[in-house]
Design a protein around this ligand. Structure first.
Ligand code: 5GP
Length: 181
């Protein structure tokens, strides 16, 4: 089984996945490669493999990625080698991927892929979450909101929908999906 978890920026994917992983030792987080600058508190090789643009392009030319996408002006990709490592270790990979990148993955994997679209509870709440991060300008927030409107239009491609109204309840629903699958 491979879990693909997607949703618009502000749906709360990181906390959701973090909480899910704490509760299920069979899961392993798929470490993506990105050109985004490292943030305070992040670790190279743990949160992401951080690379520069030239290195990313070289990996791309070497066909190292299962999928990749530009998200908020930075490149992100899922490396084949990372997925193979997890599967070889007997783990269930958990992919945290943006909505467009996720759609590419849906076509690549077969029935072993379990795809989940995470929704914020409402537009008002999404806006509140994006604003309360306090890290982004009004322009950036406006872009993310308009991207989110487009992204929820792609939710139909995903098998499961979870509304992230309450973190514990949402993670509980995800665990039920994993058991069922
Ligand atoms: P952040 O920079 O905030 O960690 O992530 C920004 C966005 O990039 C999130 O929506 C996240 O799901 C997405 N993302 C992270 N890794 C990958 C990846 O390997 N491929 C794709 N397509 N998106 C990714």
């Amino acid at each position: 089984m491979i879990l693909l978890i997607t949703g618009p920026s502000g749906a709360g994917k990181s906390s959701f996945i973090g909480r899910l992983m704490e509760q299920d030792p069979r899961l392993a987080f798929s470490i993506s490669t990105t050109t985004r600058p490292i943030r305070a508190g992040e670790r190279d090789g743990v949160d992401y493999d951080f690379v520069d643009d030239a290195e990313f392009d070289k990996l791309l030319a070497d066909d190292a990625f299962v999928e990749w996408a530009v998200v908020h002006e930075n490149k992100y990709g899922t490396r084949r080698s990372r997925l193979h490592e997890m599967v070889a270790a007997g783990k269930i990979p958990v992919l945290d991927i943006d909505v467009q990148g996720g759609v590419q993955v849906l076509d690549i994997f077969g029935p072993e892929l379990v795809s989940v679209f995470l929704f914020p509870p409402s537009w008002e709440e999404l806006e509140r979450r994006l604003t309360s991060r306090g890290t982004d300008s009004e322009d950036v927030i406006a872009t993310r909101l308009s991207n989110a409107r487009h992204e929820v239009g792609l939710a139909d491609s995903y098998t499961y929908w979870i509304v992230n109204d309450d973190l514990e309840a949402a993670v509980g629903r995800m665990r039920a999906i994993i058991s069922a699958e």
